[in-house]
Write a protein that binds this ligand. Structure first.
Ligand code: FEO
Length: 135
């Protein structure tokens, strides 16, 4: 069963961003399902790598919007991105060398971080961008 089900309340109203968020949800679910099914380490490492890389790409997409439209709260938002990137990069490093294993707690943390970040922080900048004509 999926860890996180996409719901309309997560939409920020900008199609490129909504599509990227859906893809992150898909990757989190894929990682969770693989963990729950007891898949091998290499499979988990590969999916975790995809999740980390895609999340970085997604953050870059948002941050490009911040620059292009001179979003006022960009530094605060980018700090949230940096904090998560640091955490998942550290986690990935530990998993890669066998010093950490994925757990339900870690997956719950990722899920909760994403949901909170989308509904609280992403919706703030998307409201601003939409007011600037971005769709
Ligand atoms: Fe969609 Fe700010 O991450």
């Amino acid at each position: 069963m999926a860890l996180l089900t996409w719901e309309d309340k997560y939409k920020v109203g900008i199609s490129k961003i909504d599509d990227q968020h859906k893809k992150i949800v898909e990757l989190i679910n894929k990682l969770y399902d693989s963990m729950a099914e007891g898949r091998g380490k290499d499979v988990l490492k590969s999916i975790l790598n995809d999740l980390v890389e895609y999340t970085k790409y997604h953050f870059q997409t948002e941050e490009k919007y911040f620059e292009d439209y001179k979003y006022q709260n960009k530094n605060e938002h980018k700090k949230e991105h940096e904090d998560l990137k640091n955490k998942v990069t550290e986690l990935k490093g530990k998993v890669d060398i066998g010093k950490a294993v994925l757990s339900t707690e870690i997956m719950q943390f990722l899920k909760q971080w994403l949901v909170n970040h989308i509904v609280e922080s992403d919706k703030k900048y998307s409201t601003f961008l939409i007011s600037q004509g971005v769709r």
